[in-house]
Design a protein around this ligand. Structure first.
Ligand code: F6P
Length: 359
């Protein structure tokens, strides 16, 4: 008997179900023995508290096109892993206990950065774990791509497209806030795809003088509107010079709902232009996976399952330069993949006249 466990952890994305379908279909089709599938509910919480469903391949049929996660998800912060829950439970011991009790041969964990650190810890504790790179943010180190990213770029791009027409009609400046606290992959890709005039991302600190200059120059050139795309975690040059502690204090002291409102207020104060804010928010994680995500999710699921059937564990499935590969969990855990300010796309965007607010 081959017993496998599945869980989805952290913020959801559009391609989680498609990935699980890829795993389970491949296991059933290629396993040389009967299979039992345990689906843990709400991420690591299900593993900690023994909340699971005994499932089979029929439960994963028809899921290729369905967003969200049929297992539910939750955040179990890695930094609190060794802090007992309010009921006193030791999370790591509880997870090991559930794994042993169900006699699992492998745990498939679909998650982002924090979740992969926990997966690595469980692997170090002796569990057979395989991680799959889920996140709309595309910030998982060790892989060129994560599933969820392509679909969220689609949603964010559609938002920018729709704002374009109304911005033009009214001759307004729009600040559009796109997800990405620590990295700017979605704002960069959606900004280029949607034809933004300014893109502000955490990796390239901005100066408001430069942002306002773009707006004024566009005005002078006869453009009726300006689209400023801002990442949730974009930072100014002054903020970038602060220590981590000072910056956290500054963010905590913010009274506006989010950064887009601060930027809009500053543009208003300096230019007097009519300005509006648009925030697609969690729609960027919602809806169904696009075609690219369905393909990549399927590839990840299949490769992870093949690894399990070959008896290889303790890795994350990845794609590098178009090739699927297996990266040891200990190499991935705790590292972020940032946008390289010198990358081709940034260089090309600049050549096209898109400003990153830094010059
Ligand atoms: O990690 C994915 C992500 O969507 C980030 O882009 C965003 O900043 C965050 O999650 C939002 O988290 P929550 O769903 O907990 O509000």
């Amino acid at each position: 008997m081959l017993r496998i466990g599945l869980l989805t952890s952290g913020g959801d994305c559009q391609a989680l179900n498609a990935t699980m379908r890829g795993i389970v279909k491949t296991i059933y089709r290629n396993a040389k023995e009967p299979v039992e599938v345990y689906g843990f509910e709400d991420g690591y919480q299900g593993l900690i508290y023994e909340r699971f469903r005994l499932m089979d391949n029929r439960d994963f049929s028809g899921l290729l096109t369905v967003g969200g996660t049929i297992l539910g998800t939750s955040r179990t912060p890695f930094k609190l892993l060794d802090t007992p829950e309010s009921d006193g439970i030791n999370k790591v011991e509880a997870m090991k206990h559930t794994y042993a009790k169900l006699k699992l041969d492998c745990l498939f964990m679909l998650g982002g950065n924090g979740s992969t650190k926990t997966a690595n810890r469980l692997s170090e504790e002796g569990l057979n774990v395989i991680a799959l790179p889920k996140t709309i943010d595309n910030d998982t180190w060790g892989t060129d791509l994560t599933f969820g990213f392509a679909s969220s770029v689609e949603v964010a791009t559609r938002c920018i497209d729709e704002i374009h027409t109304t911005a033009n009609s009214h001759g307004r400046v729009f600040v559009i806030e796109i997800m990405g606290h620590k990295v700017g992959w979605i704002p960069l890709y959606a900004g280029v795809a949607g034809g933004a005039d300014v893109i502000l991302i955490p990796e390239i600190p901005y100066d408001m003088d430069n942002v306002c200059r773009v707006i004024e120059e566009r005005d002078k050139a006869g453009s009726r509107f300006t689209i400023v795309v801002v990442a949730e975690g974009a930072i100014s040059k002054e903020e970038a010079a602060l220590s981590k502690k000072e910056y956290k204090k500054l963010v905590a002291a913010r009274t506006s709902p989010s950064i887009a409102y601060d930027i809009a207020a500053e543009i208003d104060r300096r230019t007097g232009r009519e300005i509006r804010v648009a925030i697609p928010g969690h729609t960027q994680r919602g809806g169904d996976p696009d075609a690219q995500d369905r393909i990549f999710a399927t590839q990840c699921g299949v490769e992870a399952a093949l690894g399990c059937l070959e008896g290889e564990f303790g890795f994350m499935v990845a794609q590098r330069k178009g090739k699927m590969c297996r990266v040891p969990l200990k190499e991935v855990a705790g590292k972020l993949k940032l946008v390289d300010p010198k990358s081709d796309l940034v260089r090309e965007a600049r050549a096209l006249g898109i400003s990153f607010g830094d010059e």
